[in-house]
Design a protein around this ligand. Sequence first.
Ligand code: ZN
Length: 234
Amino acid sequence: MTADPAKRHLLPLLIPFLLAAPVQASTCYGRPGAGSIAGAVALPADGANFEAYSRLGVQMGRTHVHAHVREVVLDAYAALARSAPGTQFVYGETGLKEGGRMRPHRTHQNGLSIDFMVPVLDARGRSVPLPSSPLNKFGYGLEFDTGGKAGELRIDYPALAEHLYALKEAAKRHEVGIALVIFDPALMPALLKTARGKELEGLPFMKGKPWIRHDEHYHVDFDVPCQPVKIKAR
Ligand SMILES: [Zn+2]
């Protein structure tokens, strides 16, 4: 070996920096209901314990977020791999690369909104990704009854609670706020009854009735400081 022993010991220290993907800067404008974003990043299409709701949705660029939000989401999935091993998670629509209105959503405009599809158990109690096809509007068309059941599927409330808890903790670590969580009020009692339920009480759940039922997904708006809304030059 000819390497300078004084320098060789630096390599292990550098490895984490070499492996870490560079964090791209994003700038959000306005608010989720009226805004846009520059430098948004796509969420990975899948990972060890999660996947996107639709390959087509990914290809159409409907899964972009603010870079800080991406860090929080991936950090939370990594925590879930440890706290809820074997549980499959699916995320839904987030936003377009440059933000703005993405129908049919009213918000999701500035990279801070994410829909997460409910984690579900099949008839045999196994965690499975929420089924998605054009026939069920990529998961959004599924209807869960007040008992949390849709056919043979039932909502995995402990996993859902664990996910919200993981998001809350990851957001704290990354100094990102959580501005709003929307989930069907009829299904809330079952969520809050889980072992993690108590720790979710500090989350800003929407009071009142959302404009569409949030039974097959839960919507989260993160809170990152944004610039005033950009006025498009005409
Ligand atoms: Zn949403």
